[in-house]
Write a protein that binds this ligand. Structure first.
Ligand code: FMN
Ligand code: ATP
Ligand code: MG
Length: 512
């Protein structure tokens, strides 16, 4: 069969693996359900076009085997799986005509349903013995969250098995397949549409736009040239917000450059992951550097913790901090080792699974080579639907941002300096960073005892609730340090003068 031959003869090993797995899922479904008990949900979209040809491949491979064993002739070429199309008045005419033309070309027995999905499926299941429906749902689709290759329909839906043979296919895999097999696809994809909904919510993907010199004419490149498959839905007008992190993305995506004098406080927490820090064998030096960096952009650090290299421990910390703080920084435990569970822990904290990310994989391939890549490359798996890559020309591998959680891969000070600078650049250019008025501070040293200073100092704290006023010592015998931190230097001056006035002149001296 031409599809099977085209894939097997191509030199795209990743596509071959995806193809083999999808064929296996279809065969499993056909072993579990009879041909009368299955249906194929086809809508002329690219994903369902891929699925159509995979189903055809399985059918023709099966027929070829039968012919060999039973010596049967070709007979009529009707595709035996019932095909259902939910036709709406809001569909693009190009989608409609492609669906009908395809049905005619491949002898599909197509049921046209003009009801909403749920009522249509109820009617379909009442009239037919259907128990399983093949869908072209893929990881990254809003409806894919929580689905497996075999997923029962959701509660409240008529009972059937959703079979998703291309669930783990990426945008790139879909286009590799369609191009390698040289099959027809809907013409809209050649006009810059990358994912097609209704005429009311779908426009060409702006990332494929090319303008002529004087900006007067807009043209779009074909869908298969979109470099980052994650952006396939950028042409959907109504922006999708994940239910899992919707609330948080409004924090992170709604970020803007704030008034530098604003009194509002943004907080971050820092999570270091490392058993060796907890054993005492390694010292965490990055936490304090990160605190200073956050301070320098006016952010307050509310917590700095060390947690174990354990998915549940990481997930627990991230889960509690992501809703408490505006940003969470996590480092340590990122890589291919058994103990590198940080990214998976972040996924767990958001209640999403890990899914392959082809763009990230491409970066890893450049860095580490083919050895680390391929179908089972764990390092290229990122939290599904929430991972954003922060690219920067100075970083060989982009940083990973999941809603308001930033995953850093730095292992020492200089690496952290670089990642921090790139992070700030990248967040700024996305409009995803609130620059706050930086903190300013003043430190006074005194030989007065703690007891003498305690009461007047606590009164000053009440008088200046907008400042952080703290005392510490370098040693029990050495001077007592009083530090005033805040965003307003005049308030800091007022508070420190107020303290000095309560004691003999010269009792305090300013220090670093
Ligand atoms: C055959 C079929 C079965 C579906 N089964 C379910 C289901 O079990 N649960 C559910 O929430 N949605 C189900 N849906 C609806 C889809 O999840 C989704 O809402 C629909 O494909 C619209 O996607 P769009 O908003 O990207 O156009 C089903 C849709 C189809 C076509
Ligand atoms: N109107 C419909 N009729 C039949 N099946 C549908 C319809 N809408 C969606 N589906 C099923 O849901 C799957 C996922 O839809 P989705 O829109 O994500 O993919 P697609 O339409 O195939 O491709 P694209 O993402 O480019 O629009 C489809 O592949 C198809 O199996
Ligand atoms: Mg679609």
């Amino acid at each position: 069969m031409e599809i099977d031959k085209a894939v097997k003869e191509c030199d795209d090993s990743r596509l071959k693996t995806k193809y083999t797995n999808a064929i296996y899922v279809i065969k499993r479904a056909l072993a579990l359900y009879s041909i009368q008990e299955v249906a194929f949900s086809f809508n002329g979209g690219k994903d369902s076009t891929v699925l159509l040809h995979l189903l055809r491949a399985v059918y023709f491979l099966h027929k070829a085997e039968e012919r060999i064993s039973q010596d049967v002739s070709d007979g009529e070429n009707i595709f035996p799986i019932r095909t259902i199309y939910f036709e709406t008045t809001n569909a693009f005419p190009e989608i409609n005509s492609f669906t009908y033309e395809t049905a005619a070309s491949y002898n599909l027995q197509m049921d046209i349903i003009r009801l909403d999905f749920k009522s249509g499926l109820e009617a379909l299941l009442k009239a037919n013995p259907i128990r399983a429906i093949f869908l072209g749902v893929r990881i990254g689709d809003p409806t894919a969250v929580g689905q497996e290759q075999f997923s029962p329909s959701s509660p409240g839906w008529p009972p059937f098995m959703r079979v998703n043979p291309i669930l783990d296919w990426s945008y790139r895999d879909v286009w590799a397949f369609l191009l390698v097999c040289k099959v027809q696809y809907c013409s809209l994809y050649d006009q810059g549409y990358t994912s097609i909904g209704s005429i009311h919510d779908t426009v060409p993907n702006a990332l494929l736009c090319i303008r002529n010199r004087n900006n007067s004419e807009e043209k779009f490149r074909p869908a298969y040239l979109l470099p980052d498959g994650r952006l396939e839905r950028a042409g959907r007008v109504k922006k999708y917000t994940s239910p899992v992190c919707g609330q948080l993305s409004s924090v992170s995506n709604g970020l803007k450059i704030e008034d530098l004098n604003s009194n509002s406080m943004l907080t971050a927490s820092i999570i270091a992951v490392g058993d060796e820090i907890l054993f005492g064998s390694v010292e965490d030096k990055l936490g304090s550097v990160l605190c200073r960096k956050l301070h320098s952009i006016g952010w307050a650090v509310s917590l700095l913790v060390v947690t174990r290299n354990d998915i549940d421990s990481v997930a627990e910390e991230v889960e509690s901090r992501k809703s408490t703080d505006d940003m969470v920084f996590i480092y340590g435990g990122v890589g291919p080792l058994h103990s590198d569970v940080t990214v998976a822990g972040v996924a767990k904290a958001f209640g999403v699974r890990m899914a392959p990310d082809e763009v990230f994989e491409e970066h890893l391939r450049h860095l580490i080579g083919e050895k680390c890549t391929g179908d089972k490359n764990e390092m290229s798996q990122l939290p599904e639907g929430i991972a954003e890559l922060l690219h920067h020309e100075q970083l060989p591998v982009p940083l990973i941002k999941c809603c308001n959680v930033i995953i850093l891969t730095a292992t020492n000070g200089p690496e952290l300096d670089l990642q921090w600078d790139c992070l700030i650049d990248s967040l700024k250019s996305n409009g995803d960073l609130v620059l706050m008025a930086p903190f300013v501070s003043k430190c006074l040293a005194t030989t007065l005892s703690d007891v003498e200073v305690a009461e007047p100092l606590s009164k000053i704290c009440l008088q200046f609730p907008d400042l952080y006023i703290g005392g510490y010592r370098g040693s029990r015998k050495g001077p007592l340090m009083i530090r005033f931190e805040g965003k307003d230097l005049t308030r800091i001056e007022a508070a420190s003068q107020s303290l000095c006035q309560k004691f003999q002149p010269g009792a305090f001296s300013e220090t670093k």
